[in-house]
Design a protein around this ligand. Structure first.
Ligand SMILES: O=c1ccn([C@@H]2O[C@H](COP(=O)(O)O)[C@@H](O)[C@H]2O)c(=O)[nH]1
Length: 235
C-alpha cells in the first residue's frame, strides 16, 4: 500500500486555537487529521471547516451509536460537512449501520468513508467480562468486523494487534484503521491493545491514528518525523 497519508493525527485539544496551532505544524500532503469528541463538542463544525481550509482531509471521529434514524441523520450531517471519513459503533448493529450507509449513498454517493469501531483499544478481556462478554477482544473484534463488512461499510477501527487475523476474514480493500499506536519510548496511558508504528505497518494497518505521542511531545513535528521514518523503515 502507498505510504502517503498513512498517519492520522488525533487533534484532541480543548479549543480550536490549540488544534489549529498543531495543524499549522503539519503537512496536509503527508498526513490526515482527526477531530474527536472533545474538540468537536467545544468547537463544532467551524473547526472542521478551518481544517478543510488548510487543505486537510478530516476523519470526524464521533463514534455515533443510536437508533438507526438518528445515526443515519448524524452521518448525513458529517458528510455534508465534507469530511473524508466518519464512524459509528459496530455494536449499534446491522440495521443502524445499513441506515447510515444508505444515507451516505443519498448525500454524495458514499464518497465519505464510513467505518465502525469494534472494541475500543483502551479495553482488554476484563472490560469485556464486565459487560457480560466472556471472550478475548480478538473474538469480539472479528465478530463485529464481519458484521460491519456485511452491512456495507468501508472498514473498522481496531487494534493493530488484530490486523493480521482480520485480514484473513475481510476483503483486501476493507480499511483497518488502528489507534493505540505507541512508539517504543512513548507513554502508554489509557491504551491497552497497543503496537508500535513499525509493527502496525508490518501487520498491514491501513491507517495509524496517533494522538498524544505526537501532540504531547516536546517538539511534535520531530515526534511525527521519527514516526514517519519508522514507517518508511518498516515497509
Ligand atoms: O478504539 C479506539 C477508537 C478511537 N480512539 C481514538 O484515537 C485517538 C488515540 O489517541 P492517543 O493519544 O494516541 O491514545 C484518540 O482520539 C481516541 O479517541 C482510540 O484511541 N481507540
Amino acid at each position: 500500500m502507498n505510504d502517503t497519508k498513512r498517519v492520522i493525527v488525533a487533534l484532541d485539544y480543548p479549543d480550536q486555537i490549540s488544534a489549529l496551532k498543531m495543524a499549522d505544524q503539519l503537512d496536509p500532503e503527508k498526513c490526515r487529521v482527526k477531530v474527536g469528541k472533545e474538540l468537536f463538542t467545544r468547537a463544532g463544525p467551524a473547526v472542521v471547516e478551518a481544517l478543510h481550509g488548510k487543505g486537510f482531509e478530516v476523519f470526524l471521529d464521533l463514534k455515533f451509536h443510536d437508533i438507526p434514524n438518528t445515526t443515519a441523520k448524524a452521518v448525513r450531517a458529517a458528510a455534508e460537512m465534507g469530511v473524508w471519513m466518519v464512524n459509528v459503533h459496530a455494536s449499534g448493529g446491522r440495521r443502524m449501520m445499513e441506515a447510515a450507509r444508505n444515507e451516505l449513498e443519498q448525500v454524495n454517493g458514499a464518497q465519505t468513508l464510513l467505518i465502525a469501531v469494534t472494541v475500543l483499544t483502551s479495553m482488554e478481556r476484563q472490560d469485556l467480562a464486565d459487560l457480560g462478554l466472556d471472550i478475548e477482544p480478538l473474538e469480539q473484534v472479528k465478530r463485529l468486523a464481519r458484521l460491519t463488512e456485511s452491512s456495507g461499510l468501508d472498514g473498522v477501527v481496531c487494534s493493530a494487534q488484530e490486523v493480521k487475523p482480520l485480514r484473513q476474514i475481510v476483503s483486501p480493500g476493507f480499511q483497518l484503521v488502528t489507534p493505540g499506536i505507541r512508539p517504543a519510548d512513548a507513554e502508554v496511558g489509557d491504551q491497552k491493545r497497543i503496537m508500535t508504528p513499525g509493527e502496525a505497518i508490518i501487520a498491514g494497518s491501513t491507517h495509524l491514528v496517533i494522538g498524544r505521542p505526537i501532540t504531547r511531545a516536546e517538539v511534535p513535528v520531530e515526534a511525527l518525523h521519527r514516526i514517519e521514518q519508522e514507517i518508511l523503515a518498516a515497509r
